[in-house]
Design a binder for this molecule. Structure first.
Ligand SMILES: NC(=O)c1ccc[n+]([C@@H]2O[C@H](COP(=O)([O-])OP(=O)(O)OC[C@H]3O[C@@H](n4cnc5c(N)ncnc54)[C@H](OP(=O)(O)O)[C@@H]3O)[C@@H](O)[C@H]2O)c1
Length: 264
């Protein structure tokens, strides 16, 4: 069993924990990496773009932990397995896994090409990528016998149909990630591995810079809290889920979207 906290002292700290974050080189993943590093964790970033990863590692450096980057394509189980082996050998046991890597697309199903390229690209990354990582890193967490924490980055799109943006592969994949989170919480609880998900809404990242100004204004007006989220705010929630304060929390999906799904 995972011991409960005895006091609030250090209840939100991650000192000495090893966190693996897919897509930690930019956007929300980098916000999560910064939040975890500032909370005392060592961070391994898994992604494809190693130039961006090197830039991210520079940003983590001031916080005094161990920070590394590993090449990994989450859509490819062999690539994930190879990365898991390298992480174990060079970084150590994984205490915290954040499945953040994700892509989206904006097209209606009937407008997609004959190979359904958009559908498979999104589902292979957002859903199957999460499954590949959970399989490879979950087995290692189980075998290390120290328990652990898995955080899946879903989306509020799992719960709504965004009328202004057709994204059925994305919404469907993220909805599946939410239920995969429930299933894994039940399957992995006996190994003291907690599994939770975060469902962000519109959050500033490189992607959001391409949202047309009128759409940006429309979205902000729909939001009770009136602004896009910031990656560090998603990071703060991830730190909470990974921290001793959350020892009794598993199988939950927490929305962080300024109230958007209540009023869109
Ligand atoms: N931004 C938002 O408003 C928002 C809202 C809700 C949920 N989310 C979710 O938050 C997560 C991050 O989104 P973001 O906005 O930060 O997007 P982003 O800036 O476009 O970053 C996407 C990240 O995913 C990685 N990635 C994509 N495909 C990959 C693959 N096959 N293998 C390994 N890494 C891969 C990228 O790594 P490379 O650089 O190596 O390609 C990059 O680090 C996603 O799961 C997204 O669905 C975002």
């Amino acid at each position: 069993m995972i011991a409960p906290i005895q006091s609030m002292k250090d209840a939100f700290r991650l000192d000495g924990k090893n966190a693996v974050i897919t897509g930690g080189n930019r956007g929300l993943g980098l916000g999560i990496a910064l939040a975890m590093a500032q909370s005392g964790a060592n961070v391994a970033i898994l992604c494809r773009d190693q130039t961006k990863a090197a830039e991210a590692l520079e940003q983590l450096k001031p916080y005094g932990g161990r920070y590394m980057a590993f090449d990994c394509d989450v859509t490819d189980l062999r690539s994930v397995r190879a990365a898991a082996e390298k992480v174990a050998a060079q970084f150590g046991d994984t205490d915290i896994l954040v499945n953040n890597a994700g892509v989206s697309c904006l097209s209606e199903l009937l407008d997609m090409d004959e190979d359904l390229t958009d559908w498979y690209n999104v589902v292979n990354t957002d859903l199957n990528g999460t499954v590949h990582m959970t399989y490879e890193f979950g087995k290692r967490m189980r075998d290390a016998g120290k328990g652990g924490c898995i955080i899946n980055i879903a989306s509020n799109a799992a719960f709504i149909v965004n009328k202004t943006q057709a994204m059925s592969p994305y919404s469907s994949a993220k909805a599946a990630v939410c239920h995969f989170t429930h299933c894994m919480a039940v399957e992995l609880g006996k190994y003291n591995i907690r599994v939770n998900a975060i469902a962000p809404g519109f959050t500033n990242s490189e992607l959001s810079k391409f949202i047309p100004k009128d759409m940006f204004t429309y979205i902000n007006n729909q939001m009770p809290l009136g602004r896009f989220g910031e990656p560090i705010e998603v990071g703060a929630l991830a730190v909470f889920f990974a921290s001793p304060a959350a020892a009794q929390i598993t199988g939950t999906v927490q929305v962080i979207d300024g109230g958007y799904i209540l009023s869109c």
